[in-house]
Design a protein around this ligand. Structure first.
Ligand code: ADE
Ligand code: ZN
Length: 335
């Protein structure tokens, strides 16, 4: 099974590029930019990664992202992730970035977009395609999200969708209705984090008020049977992140995770890594961990991989190519 998962052609749909900043790279970039870190060593950084909830993680995550200043920094970050997962047989990734985290420090769109673009073009030659999803920070007011969307205007050719992330509780999706409506009117697709720490009503709100086409996390959906039935009926994908949920104590033990229960009820569940440098595993590690914890069989694993292909923002042709590759891999893999 482990070999099967490692070889599986995969797609990742829930990955924050700022969450791929490994401590070694954090130190190297800080030194290059003449910045002091509040940690003496890589080991000290890793020791600080003991989270109690989402906010305890976000505080450290935004601090880490503050080392990123130049086009080269963003290019190295993006390329390191894409290279690494290309080596794990990830064929396509739809990648979140948080522009407000950078523009607030005086780093403009020109800088990070140029870095991302350079890295994505180089990675494409390694057989991994990628799309970008621009997230709005929900702990900030909607007016700032609207300003961010204006600033993004010259770069929208390179951005496929908008998303919503950061501190969920107390920041319901309805606060971002205008900015999502404007983004969608401009041709962007929409996704939103919902039901990670927040209640099922935030998932309903993301669908009804924001026009979200995928729900990022969606763990809380299970608390509302009517919502689960709706997700099945409307084929709404959930981009679940098992090791993230464990690290942020959304679940206390992976064996309690509801991924398989939702899968068995017909929800379009997918497996992703969220912030792999902080949560101890990239997408393959997430597949391996949840397969073991929930005793998933090969058919479950193939369903998860196929759900992710179906949930991408690729064209029908792009999806068909990935489906064919998956079918031929799954059909030829020996028990
Ligand atoms: N930003 C980065 N990772 C996140 C997560 N898991 N939830 C909300 N915002 C995030
Ligand atoms: Zn996330």
């Amino acid at each position: 099974m482990e070999e099967f998962i490692r070889g599986l052609p995969k797609v990742e749909l829930h990955l924050h590029v700022e969450g791929t900043l490994e401590p070694e790279m954090m130190f190297a970039i800080a030194a290059r930019n003449g910045l002091e870190l509040p940690f003496a060593s890589v080991d000290e950084v890793r020791a600080a990664y003991r989270f109690t909830d989402l906010q305890s993680f976000l505080d450290i995550y935004y601090q880490g992202a503050a080392v990123l200043r130049t086009e080269q920094d963003f290019a190295e970050l993006m390329l390191a992730y894409l290279r690494r997962v290309a080596g794990e047989n990830v064929r396509h990734a739809e990648i979140f970035f948080d522009p407000q985290t950078h523009t607030a420090r005086g780093v403009p769109f020109e800088v990070f977009m140029a870095g991302f673009e350079r890295a994505r073009a180089e990675a494409a030659t390694l057989g991994i395609s990628s799309l970008l999803i621009m997230c709005f920070l929900r702990h900030l007011p909607e007016d700032q999200a609207l300003e961010t969307l204006d600033e993004a205007e010259p770069f929208l050719d390179g951005i496929t969708a908008v998303g919503l992330d950061s501190s969920e509780l107390g920041n319901p999706p309805g606060r971002f209705e205008r900015v999502f409506a404007r983004a969608r009117a401009g041709g962007l697709r929409a996704v939103a984090h919902a039901g990670e720490e927040g209640p099922p009503s935030y998932i309903t709100g993301a669908l009804d008020l924001l026009g979200a086409e995928r729900i990022d996390h969606g763990v809380a959906a299970e608390q509302d049977d009517a919502l689960v039935e709706r997700l099945v009926r409307e084929k709404v994908p959930l981009t679940m992140c098992p090791l993230s949920n464990l690290a942020l104590r959304v679940v206390e033990d992976l064996r309690e995770h509801n991924l398989k229960r939702l899968l068995d009820r017909g929800v379009r569940v997918t497996v992703n890594s969220d912030d792999p440098a902080y949560f101890g595993g990239y997408v393959t590690d997430n597949y391996l961990a949840i397969q073991q914890a929930l005793d998933l069989d090969r058919a479950d694993v193939v369903t998860l991989a196929r759900n992710a292909i179906d949930a991408t923002f690729l064209t029908a042709d792009g999806k068909a190519r990935l489906r064919d590759e998956l079918a031929s891999y799954a059909g030829s893999a020996v028990e």
